[in-house]
Write a new protein. Structure first.
Length: 256
């Protein structure tokens, strides 16, 4: 069963074809990789799915729901969360605050929380407890009260993951989750992604340039180049695919 289905999606920026009839089928329960050289259209495709970007042709469906007419907030309500290439946290706020912000779509009655009504207080207590559990799962339990600005870069990446998980998604879109991380941080985040998939049952789609991470965690991969599909299959097969090797010529990720 497909969790996410993208069919013949086109996005043009003036004369530039950012996406030129792209297809993507992400099976339910999988960790799926989306790779390609810089400028291949990977982030644009994520923007189409999360509805930050319109497309001129094609369809994007999630569990049978047409995402085309929906807003980003409505997409979150359907169970889709994402991270971005650049960390976009509230750096002056604590780890806990950042995770709680991710729960905004599940607050219920925000007025009750603001007025400190009994129902609102119970809800806030439950949210804080869940935020604590997420933090423990992602190795952030000891830094819950620390300002994000003072955390190591790898921990900030984890806070962003925790904030995305706070909305209780069934599909998680990760845009370069280990960009800027060292080898140890990359390995740790890779294991966290596997745990999210295995223990929470979340389907994960990953845009990533680190081929060692893709090979380690992804069940299957789709490759884009110049906004078009050029290959799909198991990571071990994809890395030796002639079209993929040609697309990556001159890219630093080849052989990584």
């Amino acid at each position: 069963m497909e969790s996410l289905s993208v069919r013949s999606v086109h996005v043009h920026f003036g004369g530039l074809r950012a996406l030129d009839g792209v297809d993507l089928e992400v099976p339910e329960g999988s960790i799926y990789g989306l790779i390609g050289p810089n400028g291949a259209g990977k982030t644009t495709l994520f923007n189409c799915v999360s509805r930050f970007q319109d497309y001129s042709e094609g369809s994007v469906r999630y569990r049978g729901h047409d995402l085309g007419p929906r807003s980003p907030h409505q997409v979150v309500r359907l169970g889709i969360a994402r991270t971005f290439q650049n960390i976009n946290l509230f750096r002056s706020r604590s780890t806990l605050d950042n995770i709680l912000i991710g729960m905004h779509s599940h607050i219920g009655n925000p007025l009750a929380v603001m007025l400190s009504l009994p129902s609102g207080l119970r809800r806030e207590t439950a949210m804080r407890a869940r935020a604590g559990r997420l933090a423990e799962m992602l190795g952030l339990g000891e830094v819950l009260e620390q300002q994000v600005v003072h955390l190591p870069f790898g921990h900030q990446k984890r806070v962003e993951l925790a904030r995305a998980l706070a909305s209780e998604p069934s599909l998680l879109l990760l845009d370069e989750p280990v960009a800027g991380c060292n080898e140890e941080e990359t390995s740790e985040i890779g294991e966290i992604i596997r745990r999210i998939n295995r223990e929470l049952g979340v389907t994960v789609t990953v845009v990533e340039h680190d081929m060692s991470l893709v090979s380690a965690i992804c069940h299957a991969v789709t490759v884009l180049d110049f906004g078009r599909n050029i290959a799909r299959g198991a990571p071990t097969d994809i890395l030796n695919h002639p079209a993929v090797v040609e697309a990556y010529l001159g890219e630093a990720t080849v052989g990584a």
